[in-house]
Design a protein around this ligand. Structure first.
Ligand code: SF4
Length: 179
């Protein structure tokens, strides 16, 4: 039986290895990089370059979408002063997961997921709720997960250190960079 396809949204290399290696046991993966939240452009390019090299090494296809930062700023308008883990982050997840669901449908992949819930700073229940809604809109299934469970964050961090990945010191947007 061939493994089912899954489009996995990735935000950066250091968050991804544990999740990718786990999902590869049960799915045929395609990685999807859509993170218009990342600021500045140089940082975006660095994160994309790191995950692209690793995907190539792992022989997993990666689809990188456009850097739509204006669209992202329009989506979070009015929420600029929100703290990390506040309302701006919910919109930020929504922008990225809507795009992932749309791309999964376009590519004919019936399931999609994200590595975002591995972060101890991100609420998994909220991510799952937003992912499910995005999937329903596009007619694709969201793979619900809480990747930080069972030491998921520790494991992925260790794997990233061993691989020598570049690791950023802020979540991604200009507001998290300032904080
Ligand atoms: S802190 Fe992170 S999740 Fe929240 S809006 Fe900024 S980039 Fe997005």
């Amino acid at each position: 039986m061939p493994l089912p396809n899954l489009l996995l949204h990735v935000c950066c290399a250091p968050c991804s290895p544990h999740i990718v290696v786990t999902l590869l046991k049960t799915h045929k993966l395609t990685l999807y990089f859509y993170n218009p939240n990342i600021h500045p452009r140089e940082e975006y390019d660095q994160r994309l370059s790191e995950i692209s090299s690793w995907a190539k090494y792992m022989e997993i296809p990666l689809v990188a979408d456009d850097y739509e930062i204006k669209k992202w700023f329009a989506a979070i308008k009015g929420l600029e002063s929100e703290p990390e883990r506040g309302k701006r982050c919910a919109v930020c997840f929504d922008v990225r997961l809507q795009a992932t669901a749309k791309t999964a449908r376009r590519l004919g992949i019936s399931k999609f997921g994200t590595v975002l819930s591995v972060s101890p700073y991100k609420e998994s229940a909220l991510i799952n709720c937003i992912g499910k809604d995005a999937g329903e809109k596009e007619g694709v299934i969201f793979y619900e997960a809480d990747w930080k469970k069972k030491d998921g964050y520790k494991i992925t961090t260790k794997m990233a250190q061993q691989a020598g990945f570049y690791r950023q010191h802020y979540c991604g947007c200009v507001f998290s960079q300032r904080q």
